[in-house]
Design a protein around this ligand. Sequence first.
Ligand code: ZN
Length: 125
Amino acid sequence: MLPNILLKIEEKLKENSLLSDSQLDKFMLLLKRYKKGEWLYPGVLIRKLNITSSNAYKLLDSLKDIGVLEVNYELYCHTCNTFEGTIYETFSQVPNDLHCEGCGIELKPLVNSIVIYKVIIDGEQ
Ligand SMILES: [Zn+2]
């Protein structure tokens, strides 16, 4: 992401004070590496910023609110802790009849869908 977008994000996050100053600095450094069309996983923020999952989702939702991210879905196997690999733009696109390639368990949209966030603006024209 480019400085113009990063500045907009930083202003927004200072308003809602979900992050401490040092967490905010880390987050801005992390965001710099993301480009339009890439996905941000809440799990990455939980680990890198040491925040709760609820705060990670709040953080990502506030970036969605300013039009930087959009919500997508991916199926995740809680048994072998792996992502199925296909990304779905809406929840209704998530198939009902998939099984995990790793352990064969049935993946159910309601149980196994993880919300991930796609970068739709990175400041590049
Ligand atoms: Zn599995």
